[in-house]
Every structure is written in structure tokens, then in C-alpha cells.
Design a protein around this ligand. Structure first.
Ligand SMILES: [Zn+2]
Ligand SMILES: [Zn+2]
Length: 820
């Protein structure tokens, strides 16, 4: 702030022009500017133009400096300033400070994410004297819907699903008044002119709602929930199914009707005091749960009260969020217990967003629905955040976060615009536009046809919203991923370049971007502990040590490859991985001889072993996989956790983690932990983490009837120690004095396991490594597209910079396979 220092000395009238870039339109920026200028007695004007916001301001030098300072330090909550530039201004200024109509031309605006209701609006709707008392759609420039209602750019009311609602005179007055916090709030409305809620029966039964005629629909919905009903509620980015979380029968009923066997239900509480009755919550977690993003926070269940087991079977974490819309505020204010607030869908389908779909698809689950007549333009799931190692980590990035751009690290500014298509599960896609990465909201698993259709629809929407014309597509090299097939088709039809990336390389790149790791910086060791990804050698990878930069990678080490018996079935049925591991390590004769007294021996003896062994021999339906996720499954199966079948991806690992409490971790001192061994790197072939000794120790502990909590702690510790031991060996592989790498990037879904992540991270830091980990984007495949985009950008930047490299020809294809 040179200006600030310079002007403090002598106060003379000055005039300057301030250019502000970033997300500064449609977020209350101009009224904030207006208010600051008036408070400081300055004259001038503020306007939106195609580059952002332009301010011309004149007055006392010190006041002008204070003005600039305040603008930078205290922008409105939804604004995101990327760049401020001040120049002297010599033109004429108006006599007072005013908001000038936008300068012509199509405004290039950033679409903001949806934001939770602000405290001012939340107070208004419960204030009997306020004009918006009990208005279920109150919002202002600081809060409310954005991405979920936008259909086209620029972000004007006419381009949102608020278009059919004609503003009343009072609202129009606020909309035009720069001193009002609803100045140019595109979704402004009141009880007179806004959308209306309606409580309807979904089962076609006769309406019995008359008995409640003295109350409004929102209150009746609340009564029904408290009386044990399941009610579908139309939220911001989709329908939820709500019920009383303390009512075990209703929760069990919801689980059965929704056909959701075990996946935990999200919860909503009126305030943090209610959450505290069921969970421990620290200051950082409080900040996150109460943020404008209002995510589902994963918290450790503990406290004076507990919820029925069916809320989160086998887990010790609960996912809590606070009311994020006026509807939720009005419902929750009358309930002092938590409500289940789970996505309104059947099994793995996408969340319902239309009233017609709610009738068609939710009628079998909920008898009543609280609907309204504002359409949801874009489906957006609830985001999930967990604080690990002291920092908030986004585990599912959707409502509140998308589509906030992620700044690409130094070196990427020259990237051409491109589109990365993501993976198969927990898919997102990612645009690169003007040097920023725009990661879509969580789309889901593309194997579900409705999700795939929605994914295609969103690709088109983002292209429109961000006025995006990619010159290249980036996709996972997997031959069967639907997103990759689509990329190949589109590249051919539209004559675009196609860049194919290796799954785990993209994971490492995503982690590097997440940490602003520069393009030109030295290679890192990427440790990717994951489910499954397409390898380079005809096998499946998923426990990888890759020396990588954005351009290429070298596979330095892996986990021991073990057959996946039955292919995809092995990902659903943990016992298959247990059998495969035991056969690969010990073999049936030795297992039967030494461990026949174990219950697990009897269990495995009952399986069709001849068939399984034939699969292993022939390699048919038994591809080799070096997957850390499958190792977790195998260990969980040994401990009899969802051994026969897991109800959702990662259930076995989550339940294994849930067994361990802090006391056990402390009790199991650092010297303990199952022995997974790492080889002497002088040998030939790809080195791998060898779990043989671990299996003998696990089977031994089973014979000793060691408590499962201790066994699980030993597994997590042993695994973390082996990962760190391998890292140390790889760093000094060629030269004891100069390490091959000093930075390690941790990625892959297994690092959403808090114990594993914190143990690996802590031990690596103790060994002096610089550790990169995920925070803004998920460590699982939800972050994959960001890494793909960065790898694609690095390729295209190289090609543009270096004419000696392969000529850039549209329609050509490259891969990151060409190792250093
Ligand atoms: Zn508000
Ligand atoms: Zn109105």
C-alpha cells in the first residue's frame, strides 16, 4: 500500500480510477463500494463492465487511501477479488458518489456458488415486524442461490429460474436502492411476489392437511417430521428426505425405503449447541460448519446423547450441517433435535430436482413433500468437509464451493482453454479458462445412466456459462471409462486434440495444483493410495509411488499386486480380496494347517475354492491389482467387517478406521504396528510393499483373540510406517547425499482415512519431507479432473513454447506415457 503511506503525510484532493477483477458482479460489490465512499465523504461512481468493476473516486487523499484499503480488506462476503489496479484519474466526477449503469457489452461475469442464508436474512424471517417474516425465499446480495438457479449468462434475473416471478413495487424499490443490501440482488422476492411453498401428499391419498389449517405449510411439515413421518423437502440444489434422527424406527424405515443399506445419513441441526450434544466439535470445525458454504461436517460422535445406530451404521463419525436456506431455518427453529437430511433419491441415482420427479420417484419413500414453485436449474449435492491434521479438507466438492475457480500455480498462465473429463466414480469435470481451473460440482458415478445424462447436460451448461471453447480434451487412459469414451468421440467429431492421462499421475497433479506447486518446480514423489486405476502395463494400479511433475512420471514402486478375483466383483465383496491375499502370501495348505481353528478359515473353506484357484491360474476374471483400497478390504474381511459385501465404495475402510479410538492409538506406541516390509532397492524389478509378515501377524492376533480396535490400529500404523520407509529408501536410492526428491504429494481415496493420513503425514514431516496434501479438492477421484487439466495444460504450454517438441496439430493425441 504505497498509496496509503504516501497520502497519510499530506492531505490534498486526489482522484483515482480503481479496476477490480475477479468475482465482483452479482455479489453486492457496487453497494458496498457505494457505502464505503459515502461514509468517507468521497465523490465519484462505480460501474460494472466487461472486465469486472470500475470505480472512479475523488476526495481527500487520506480518505481515498482508506477507501482503497477497506475495499481490499472488507469486500462483501461472496466477492472474490483477484486483482486491484489503481491509476490517477483526471476526468470529471459527479458531485456525489453514485452507481452508474453498466457500460455496454456483454459482461464477463463469474457465476458465484450458492451461499447459505446470511445472519441478516435469517433474523428477518423470524421477525414478526419484518416485511419478509416467514418468507421461505429471503436472500440478499450476500447470500442465497446462484449456480443452482442460473440458466445462462450474464447472471441477471431474466437468466435465472426467478424470471417468472414479477418483482413487486417494494422489492423493486430495494433492488434499485444502492443503500439496500438487496441492491441488484437478482433473486430478490418477498411473500407478495416470490415463490411459494406447498405441502403436498405424494401418495395420491386424500388430503388430511385441513386439520393444520391454522399453520403454514412449513410449520405443518415440521409437525409431520416430529410425528415420525418422512418428508421430502425441496432444498437449494435438490430434494432432501427429512425425518427425526432420534426416532430409530423412522430412520430404519427410511433406510429400507431408500434402499440404502449402510451409507451414513447426513444430519441437520438447528445450531452448534444441538450438534455438541452428539459430537465433539473444535473451533475450526465450528467455523467450517457455520461458513457460507455450509457443508456437511464429519465430526466424531461423542457427547451426552447418541443417535440410533441406523443413522451411520458401524461408523463413529456423524455428518452434520446447519440450516442453509430460509426453509431449513423455519423448519429447524422449532426442533431441538437433529433431523436426518439425506439426498432425495433412490439408492445411487442422482438427487431429484423437479417436482414431477419428486412425485414419480420419492412417492414410495415419503408420504409428504414440501415443494415450491421456483425451479432448480442445476442439481448440486451437499458438500462434505472433514478437518484432518488441523486443516479443513473438502471430501465432496459441490454446493457452496463449485464453481469457484481454483487458481492454477505459477507457470500455467499461458495455458490454452481446455476441458478435462474426469474419471468414472465421484466424477467431476474441469475447464481451464483464462488460466483458472473451474472444477464442476460433484456429479456422481457415471455407471448410473441418470447420472451420466446429467453429466452430459452439465458439460453443455458449463460451456455456456463460462463461454468456453476448448482446444483440447483431457481424459483418463482407461479404455472403458464412460467419460473417456465420450472424450474420444468428441475429439474425433469436433477435431479437438485429445490428451490421455494415467489415473494416478492425474491424482498427483491434482494434489500439486491444490498446493500451488509451480509448473517449473522439481518432481515430487506422489504417493497415491487409491481404489483402482488403469495402469500402463495391463494391470490395475492403486498403491503407487510415482516420481512426477506435471509433464510426466516414473513409477518407482508399488504395492504387491494381487489378483482381483471376479474383477469388479472384488471391489464389492471384501472376502475375495482376503482370499486372494492369503493365497498369494501363505497358500491354502499352510493356512489350513496353521489356522484351521479360526472362524475365517471355515468361512473361506465354504467358498468355491476350486473355481477361484482356476481364476488365479488362468488370470481370467482375475486381473492383478496393486491397490491399497483392496488391501484395506482384505484386512477388514479378516476382522469380519462387511466381509460378504460392502454397501458402498470405501465402507470396509471406513469401518476399519471407525474401530480405532484415540486411546488405542496412544496405547499402541510408535514401535508397534503390523510389519509390512519394503525391499532392498538394489534388486531387479519394480519394488513393492510386501504384506506377508503382516498377514501372519494378523492371523496370529486372531488366534489370540486380540481386540479388533487394537488390530485395526496396528494395521494403520504398520501401513503408514511401510509407506514412509519406502519413501525414505526411494529418496536415497541412487545417492545417499543428494535425495532424489524432497517433496511428497499424498493423494488417492485412502488418504480420506484420517488415521492413515495423519500418521503418514506426521512421519514424513519428522523425516524432513515437505508434504503436500489435499484441502480444496478431494483426495479421491472427485479431484481427478483438476489433475488431468493441469497435465493437459502443461503439455500444450510446452508445445507452444518449444517448437522443437512435437508440432501442435489440432486433432493430434499425446499421452503422459513418455517417461523421462
Ligand atoms: Zn442475506
Ligand atoms: Zn416483493
Amino acid at each position: 500500500m504505497n498509496l496509503h503511506r504516501r497520502v497519510a503525510a499530506r492531505s490534498q484532493p486526489v482522484a483515482i480510477e480503481i479496476r477490480v477483477r475477479g468475482r465482483v458482479q452479482g455479489v453486492g460489490f457496487r453497494p458496498t463500494v457505494w457505502r464505503y465512499a459515502r461514509e468517507l465523504g468521497l465523490v465519484g461512481e462505480v460501474l460494472n463492465d466487461s472486465d469486472g468493476v470500475l470505480v472512479r473516486v475523488g476526495g481527500d487523499q487520506a480518505a481515498v487511501a482508506t477507501f482503497v484499503h477497506r475495499l481490499e480488506r472488507e469486500p462483501p462476503p461472496l466477492a472474490r477479488i483477484e486483482h486491484v489496479e489503481t491509476t490517477a484519474y483526471s476526468g470529471a466526477l459527479p458531485d456525489e458518489f453514485c452507481v452508474t449503469e453498466s457500460a455496454g457489452g456483454a459482461a464477463h461475469t463469474q457465476v458465484a456458488p450458492d451461499a447459505a442464508i446470511c445472519s441478516a436474512c435469517a433474523q428477518e424471517i423470524v421477525d414478526r415486524l419484518a416485511r419478509r417474516y416467514r418468507h421461505a425465499f429471503a436472500n440478499c446480495t450476500h447470500c442465497g442461490p446462484r449456480l443452482s438457479i442460473v440458466q445462462a449468462i450474464p447472471y441477471d434475473r431474466a437468466n435465472t429460474t426467478m424470471a417468472p416471478f414479477f418483482m413487486c413495487e417494494a422489492c423493486n424499490g430495494e433492488y434499485r436502492d444502492p443503500s439496500d443490501r438487496r441492491f441488484h440482488a437478482e433473486a430478490i422476492s418477498c411473500r407478495e411476489c416470490g415463490p411459494k411453498t406447498m405441502l403436498v401428499r405424494l401418495d395420491g391419498g386424500a388430503s388430511d392437511l385441513e386439520q393444520h389449517s391454522m399453520r403454514d405449510d412449513v410449520d405443518v411439515a415440521c409437525d409431520l417430521i416430529q410425528n415420525g413421518e418422512i418428508v421430502a423437502i425441496k432444498g437449494l440444489g435438490g430434494y432432501h428426505l427429512a425425518c427425526d434422527a432420534t426416532n430409530a424406527d423412522t430412520v430404519a424405515n427410511l433406510r429400507r425405503l431408500k434402499r440404502r443399506d449402510a451409507k451414513p445419513f447426513a444430519l441437520m441441526a438447528r445450531d452448534i449447541d444441538v450438534i455438541r450434544r452428539y459430537c465433539t466439535i473444535n473451533a475450526e470445525e465450528e467455523r467450517q460448519v457455520a461458513s457460507l458454504q455450509a457443508p456437511i461436517m464429519l465430526l466424531r460422535a461423542a457427547g451426552p446423547e447418541s443417535l440410533p445406530e441406523a443413522v451411520a451404521p458401524g461408523l463413529v463419525t456423524l455428518g452434520f450441517m446447519l440450516p442453509m436456506t430460509p426453509i431449513h431455518v423455519l423448519i429447524l427453529r422449532r426442533v431441538d433435535r437433529p433431523l436426518v437430511m439425506t439426498s432425495g433419491n433412490l439408492s445411487d441415482e442422482p438427487q431429484v430436482i423437479t417436482n414431477a420427479d419428486a412425485r414419480a420417484r420419492l412417492a414410495g419413500i415419503a408420504t409428504y413433500a414440501l415443494v415450491h414453485d421456483r425451479e432448480i436449474a442445476n442439481r448440486i449435492d451437499d458438500s462434505v468437509v472433514r478437518v484432518m491434521d488441523g486443516r479443513p479438507r473438502v471430501l465432496r466438492r459441490a454446493r457452496g464451493f463449485a464453481p469457484t475457480p481454483i487458481r492454477l500455480p505459477n507457470g500455467f498462465a499461458a495455458s490454452p482453454d481446455l476441458l478435462a473429463m474426469g474419471g468414472q466414480l465421484k466424477t467431476t469435470f474441469c475447464l481451464i479458462k483464462d488460466g483458472d481451473a473451474i472444477l464442476s460440482q460433484h456429479q456422481g458415478d457415471l455407471e448410473d445412466s441418470a447420472t451420466y445424462d446429467d453429466y452430459c447436460k452439465n458439460l453443455a451448461l458449463y460451456r455456456e456459462l463460462f463461454d468456453h471453447t476448448p482446444i483440447a480434451l483431457v481424459a483418463d487412459r482407461h479404455p472403458e471409462y464412460l467419460a473417456s469414451k465420450l472424450a474420444r468421440d468428441r475429439a474425433r467429431i469436433e477435431a479437438l486434440s485429445l490428451i490421455e492421462t494415467q489415473h494416478h499421475h492425474a491424482h498427483v497433479a491434482a494434489c500439486m495444483v491444490d498446493n500451488a506447486y509451480p509448473l517449473a518446480a522439481p518432481a515430487v514423489l506422489g504417493i497415491v493410495l487409491d481404489g483402482l486405476g488403469w495402469g500402463e502395463d495391463g494391470t490395475i494400479w492403486g498403491g503407487e509411488f510415482l516420481l512426477a511433475d506435471y509433464r510426466s512420471y516414473e513409477r518407482l514402486a508399488t504395492f504387491k499386486p494381487v489378483p482381483m478375483l471376479g474383477g469388479a466383483q472384488a471391489a464389492r465383496e471384501p472376502w475375495r480380496n482376503l482370499y486372494a491375499h492369503l493365497m498369494a502370501e501363505i497358500g491354502w495348505p499352510a493356512f489350513a494347517m496353521n489356522f484351521s481353528q479360526l472362524e475365517v478359515h471355515g468361512y473361506l473353506a465354504g467358498k468355491p475354492r476350486a473355481l477361484l484357484d482356476a481364476m488365479v491360474k488362468s488370470r481370467i476374471s482375475a486381473p492383478l491389482a496393486s491397490s491399497c483400497g483392496r488391501l484395506f478390504d482384505a484386512v477388514a474381511a479378516a476382522l469380519n467387517l462387511c466381509r460378504e459385501r460392502q454397501a458402498y465404495e470405501g465402507e470396509a475402510a471406513a469401518r476399519l478406521e471407525a474401530l480405532v479410538d484415540e486411546e488405542t492409538l496412544r496405547y499402541e506406541s510408535d514401535s508397534l504396528g503390523y510389519p509390512l516390509t519394503t525391499p532392498n532397492l538394489r534388486g531387479s524389478g519394480l519394488p513393492y510393499v510386501e504384506p506377508l509378515a503382516m498377514w501372519n501377524a494378523i492371523l496370529g492376533d486372531l488366534i489370540l483373540r486380540t481386540p479388533a480396535a487394537i488390530m485395526s490400529a496396528r494395521f494403520h500404523k504398520g501401513l503408514a510406517k511401510a509407506v514412509v520407509a519406502m519413501t525414505k529408501k526411494l529418496a536415497r536410492q541412487h545417492d545417499m547425499s543428494t535425495p532424489r526428491f524432497t517433496t511428497v504429494a499424498l493423494s488417492g481415496g485412502c488418504f480420506q482415512n484420517c488415521i492413515l493420513f495423519e500418521e503418514v503425514s506426521r512421519r514424513l514431516k519428522l523425516e524432513g519431507f515437505n508434504v503436500l496434501s489435499h484441502a480444496q479438492v478431494p483426495a479421491n477421484d472427485g479431484g481427478l479432473a483438476l489433475g488431468q487439466a493441469a497435465i493437459g495444460a502443461a503439455h500444450l504450454i510446452d508445445i507452444n513454447n518449444n517448437r522443437e517438441g512435437p508440432d501442435y496439430v489440432p486433432g493430434n493425441s499425446w499421452t503422459d506415457r513418455d517417461h523421462r
